[in-house]
Design a protein around this ligand. Structure first.
Ligand SMILES: [Fe+2]
Ligand SMILES: [Fe+2]
Length: 327
């Protein structure tokens, strides 16, 4: 999903908000949003979504049966997508480090950082337990990929700026929600769909938290927030981009309709931008105005790229269907 970044604009002048001032100014909003989140977030139990009775010993220490692909009840697309989603969730220690460093561990910010981390921790636990109990994917390959991925860590593209960080997570949480939800739809197992719907619901609440925070930032510091939104949208990449074999997996995920440019534009970028009325913000200074213009141009171009992608996707799927029919 990497698209050529736009030119970063130069200094915003001496009236620019520093990260420290913004963090203080937004503390009250964080407290309000945290309390709202805690009221609407319903606890759920990951173990209830795992069919433990299907589980059996693997080869190795217990001398059980080795994994083989025909044991998996999940579609090939579901397998690729579940592994990408799980490995993305697995890198939680690095994400925690990034946001704890940026937002701090004190006060309402700190409470949010820890609560968010606890909720995210549930996602990796639930998906891994499900995958292993149902023998949905190769456990050796999964573990090797986890080691490789986590050993690389994760460094945010936005650690230079608090507003860029908030803007990124607002879009990224929604991207993760859509990715889990669509993976569930294509996985071929109703239980997996149910589990991923539950996780997608958490991701949605995370998105709402950050989106509302971004809304407050747009009111406090409109020019800087607009710049941050434009930069993040034009240079967006998924948090799992460092996963071994990510490009190949992302291509399969795109063609299969789990996550692609069309979905990114229609179901991730546009809903957040429309909710915040980003393209309608008036009274911007020259830097904010320029960022808003860049964003408008970029979105038009992305829509066109998405249209071209859909044509290629349709042609490829038609060729596949014809091949399958000829067999
Ligand atoms: Fe998650
Ligand atoms: Fe999340």
């Amino acid at each position: 999903m990497t698209i050529a970044p736009v030119q970063r604009t130069a200094s915003l002048g001496s009236s620019a908000w520093t990260d420290a001032r913004l963090i203080m100014a937004l503390e009250e909003v964080v407290e309000k949003e945290l309390n709202r989140h805690l009221k609407v977030a319903k606890d759920w139990m990951p173990h209830e979504f795992v069919p433990w009775s299907q589980g059996r010993d693997f080869d190795g220490v217990l001398g059980g049966e080795a994994w083989s692909v025909e044991q998996s009840q999940v579609t090939p697309l579901g397998r690729v997508s579940l592994v990408v989603n799980l490995l993305t969730e697995d890198n939680l220690p690095s994400y925690h480090h990034e946001i704890a460093t940026m937002f701090g561990r004190e006060g309402a910010w700190g409470t949010w950082v820890h609560r968010w981390t606890a909720e995210e921790g549930r996602h990796g636990i639930a998906i891994r337990d499900y995958l292993l109990a149902t023998r949905a994917v190769d456990p050796n390959e999964l573990e090797r990929a986890r080691m490789a991925h986590m050993s690389e860590g994760f460094e945010s593209d936005n650690s230079h700026s608090m507003l860029h960080s908030v803007a990124y997570v607002a879009f990224q949480e929604l991207a993760t929600r859509i990715s889990h939800r669509n993976t569930g739809h294509f996985a071929g197992d109703p239980l997996c769909d149910q589990l991923l719907a539950k996780i997608a619901n958490d991701e949605n609440l995370h998105m709402v938290f950050y989106r509302n925070l971004l809304k407050a930032a747009l009111e406090i510091a409109p020019d800087q927030a607009m710049r941050a939104i434009a930069d993040v949208v034009t240079d967006f990449r998924m948090p799992g981009h460092g996963i071994p074999g990510f490009e190949r997996a992302a291509a399969q995920i795109a063609i299969g309709g789990v996550y692609n440019l069309r979905i990114h534009h229609d179901d991730v970028l546009q809903p957040v931008l429309r909710h915040l009325k980003v393209m309608e913000v008036a009274d911007l200074g020259p830097t904010g105005q320029q960022a808003q213009d860049e964003l408008g141009v970029f979105l038009g171009g992305l829509d066109e790229q998405a249209r071209k992608f859909e044509e290629r996707q349709a042609a490829l799927l038609a060729r596949r269907a014809a091949r399958a029919g000829a067999r």
